[in-house]
Design a protein. Structure first.
Length: 419
């Protein structure tokens, strides 16, 4: 809807009259007597009127028109409504982003910070509000890292498991920046990482997965590139955590899993496998254990001498989650990759693709959602089957049973490609 600037005052006069009359009719005695609206009946009526006007303009995002009424209630009756602070943040974020003068912009940032302080004074929720204050300070005053870090740190301490995901990510980021600038020690960065990941793990195990898992990936990425904590330090730090609380094994499993992923990012696959093993051992959740085993198998896939172990872990993951096709796809790729090491003769090199396709077919059978992906794989790898003449040279006919040797030791059937 497009409004004329000359019509807005009249429209909102009508809206104000209707809404205020309704408000007074329903809550007149409360407004007249409630000191949160002002010191006397007249100031209380004025406060209620300005709250109503402010709200009506904010519903249409007409911040400039809402601002005069907002100023009145912010100064005259700051304890009357939490909306004063919710709307105030929205208004001042908008004004800050439109302001071109750097000095004036920083004055507006000061006002935004004051809005957060006044909200705490009048409505509490210090942990929640400090987190948002710190996040906005970083956004609009990027060089204020130490101050913002202090707000974020206090927010995490006060809010604990209820800390917002954005605050946790920013807290990790400011910790790393301060560490790189020599403002905090390495141990503090590691301690903050532990606190943050424990909170996010709690969220994930409590069912709040989507945002928490995204935040966890971001935190791990920031920490892995921070340079804080060498491998030995991290192992010594995390290992005692596995046994300190036997009633909360899944959190310990998550901690091990996080560390495994951290070592993957650092390129230390042996340490990653060690912690994936720990995660799988400690987890009491079947689906999560399956994930840990599968991801460990993926890491082992990077080393040919670990192919057998990779297959074993993939099979265990499939056993725990029978309708999951990915473990069988991985095994198929393991077999296909073995053509480089199972090369006693041309037939052996070709035969690994028979068992690879067998695994792809199995993936499709247990997990129809993988059909398109599997069909593409089968089409790609089938071209490496021997032709009929080559199979006949080795005394084999299409459809005949055949056992692939090397490390694979799987029975399959002979298949050929057309020339």
């Amino acid at each position: 809807m497009k409004f004329s600037i000359y019509k807005i005052p009249f429209l909102f006069y009508l809206s104000f009259t209707i809404s205020t009359n309704s408000l007074f009719a329903q809550n007149a005695s409360k407004i007249y007597l409630d000191p949160k609206y002002g010191h006397d009946s007249l100031s209380r009526i004025e406060c209620a009127a300005n709250l109503s006007i402010m709200s009506e303009f904010m519903k249409l995002d007409l911040f400039n028109y809402a601002l005069p009424s907002w100023r009145k209630v912010f100064n005259d009756c700051p304890g009357s409504s939490r909306n004063i602070y919710l709307y105030g943040v929205r208004i001042y974020r908008s004004v800050i982003e439109k302001e071109k003068n750097p000095e004036r912009q920083q004055e507006l940032v000061d006002t935004l910070m004051l809005i957060y302080d006044r909200r705490i004074e009048n409505f509490g929720q210090e942990g929640l509000v400090l987190g948002r204050k710190g996040t906005d300070l970083l956004k609009y005053r990027p060089d204020a890292f130490p101050e913002a870090h202090g707000y974020l740190e206090k927010s995490v301490k006060l809010s604990g498991n209820n800390t917002e995901e954005a605050v946790l990510v920013k807290f990790m980021q400011t910790s790393v920046v301060l560490f790189r600038n020599g403002k905090i020690q390495e141990q503090e960065v590691i301690d903050n990482y532990l606190v943050i990941t424990d909170i996010l793990n709690h969220r994930i195990t409590s069912g709040e997965k989507d945002q928490a898992e995204t935040a966890l990936m971001n935190v791990e990425s920031v920490f892995s590139e921070s340079g804080a904590g060498n491998c030995t330090d991290l192992i010594n730090l995390f290992t005692p955590r596995y046994n300190q609380d036997t009633s909360n094994q899944d959190t310990s499993a998550r901690s091990a899993f996080n560390l495994a992923r951290l070592f993957v990012k650092r390129g230390d696959f042996s340490k990653a496998i060690y912690f994936y093993n720990k995660a799988a051992e400690l987890s009491t959740d079947t689906e999560e254990k399956s994930t840990y085993l599968y991801q460990m198998a993926l890491v082992e896939f990077t080393k040919p001498d670990q192919y057998t172990s990779s297959r074993n872990h993939a099979l265990e993951a499939a056993r725990l989650k029978p309708d999951w096709g990915d473990p069988y796809i991985l095994i198929g790729k393991l077999y296909a990759a073995s053509s480089e090491i199972c090369n006693e003769n041309e037939l052996q090199q070709s035969s690994v693709f028979w068992v690879a396709v067998d695994q792809f077919e199995k993936a499709k059978a247990v997990d129809p959602s993988k059909t398109a992906e599997v069909d593409d794989l089968i089409s790609s790898y089938s071209q490496y089957f021997p032709n009929a003449e080559d199979a006949f040279f080795y005394g084999l006919l299409k459809g005949q049973e055949y056992k692939v040797g090397c490390w694979i030791n799987e029975k399959t059937r002979v298949r050929t490609r057309s020339n």
